[in-house]
Design a protein around this ligand. Structure first.
Ligand code: UT7
Length: 331
């Protein structure tokens, strides 16, 4: 039997309508448009407004976009994985909610928690189910409603994050395309630098945790920055080397959008010029697990069958990694 490859055969995405600009943030915290742009590259981010609007809303809209674009029959979806750290509820899994809402009645579904690396973890997992021959249609979603866990009085975090979700469809192919290779890493030693203190089983929600603002993202920005620059760049270079890819042969670097300076450092390490680096941080900020699929969504029309893509991410955990994808279709 010939080898089964896991091809990305479609992309969907969704960002909410409301645009939170740097100028609006200037009225909320002591910051400036100039500082935010020069230190992060972000000009605006999207925010999901309204009562009872969880990350599932972002995921459902992204998967509906995928279904509309690919004419996929949702009843044929075997598995739906949702990478997120801002699940609608601790349980049930947001993936269950999304799968049912989009009509994926025959799918089993689960959430995956790997913060900003969530999408590449989930993509690798979904691709493994395809490559094993077990499933034929796997939908991998990455998205976060970061505004739900953001302290809009903390200028060091609230300027970075935004809301959004993207997704891909994975299908088997005998062609030499698809998810070729992955390097995934984690280090629980990163906990102290980037976490949300309360609301889990260690420190359940209480009046005290609310008063102490422990339900918001806590980040030691400059420490995380240093780990991110080193590890994301290193793993991107490593996957390129072990697959005999060169700066010239790589068509696209698809880096997690946390900070333009981290993206630039990763591109420099791999030797890739700016025109081959996907970037949309200026309009969405950091959507955590949403950044990489939203890049694929934004750049889909520019991608050609056979293009070599390096996806790379770094985030809370710490988690990080890189995935080598050979693009499977022309739009
Ligand atoms: O995606 C998940 C992983 N997360 C990341 O990869 C994020 C990595 N970290 C970063 O992107 C950056 O560290 C930040 C954007 C969060 C912060 O930028 P920085 O250049 O590392 O700034 P800093 O934290 O070292 O702070 C430098 C100065 C401080 O003032 P003093 O102490 O030098 O007077 C901060 O108080 O900048 C100040 N500052 C700000 N000033 C204006 C911090 N945030 C702001 C702000 N506006 N929004």
């Amino acid at each position: 039997m010939s080898k089964i490859n896991a091809a990305i055969t479609g992309v969907g995405g969704y960002v909410p309508e409301y645009i939170l600009t740097n100028h609006e943030l200037e009225k909320m915290v002591e910051t400036s448009d100039e500082w935010i742009i020069s230190r992060t590259g972000i000009k605006e981010r999207r925010i999901l407004k309204g009562e009872n609007q969880g990350v599932s809303v972002l995921g459902i809209n992204a998967v509906k976009d995928l279904i509309a674009k690919t004419s996929l029959d949702p009843r044929e979806i075997d598995l739906l994985i949702f990478a997120t750290v801002t699940a609608d509820m601790t349980f049930p899994a947001t993936a269950n909610i999304v799968a049912t809402a989009v009509g994926a009645t025959n799918a089993f579904s689960f959430d995956m928690s790997a913060a900003c690396s969530g999408f590449i973890y989930a993509l690798t997992t979904g691709a493994s189910f395809i490559k094993s021959g077990m499933y034929k249609k796997v939908v991998v979603v990455g998205g976060d409603k970061m505004s739900a866990i953001m302290d809009y009085t903390d200028r060091s975090t609230c300027i970075i994050f935004g809301d959004g979700a993207g997704c891909v469809l994975l299908e088997p192919t005998a062609e030499d395309v698809g998810v070729v290779d992955s390097i995934l890493k984690s280090d629980g030693g990163g906990e102290s630098y980037l976490h949300m203190k309360a609301g889990g089983s260690r420190i359940p929600a209480s009046h005290e945790t609310v008063d102490k603002k422990q339900h918001f993202v806590y980040q030691e920005g400059s420490a995380v920055f240093k780990f991110a620059v080193t590890n994301m760049a290193e793993v991107a270079a490593q996957i390129a080397e072990r697959n005999h890819l060169t700066a010239e042969s790589i068509d696209w670097l698809v880096p997690h959008q946390a900070n333009k300076r981290i993206i630039d450092a990763t591109a420099n390490r791999v030797g890739i010029t700016e025109d081959k680096v996907m970037m949309n941080i200026e309009k969405y900020g950091n959507t955590t697990a949403g950044t990489i699929p939203l890049l694929l969504w934004d750049y889909e029309k520019k991608l050609k069958k056979g293009d070599d893509l390096i996806l790379a991410a770094f985030g809370g955990g710490f988690t990080w990694g890189a995935v080598y994808v050979k693009w499977a279709y022309n739009s």
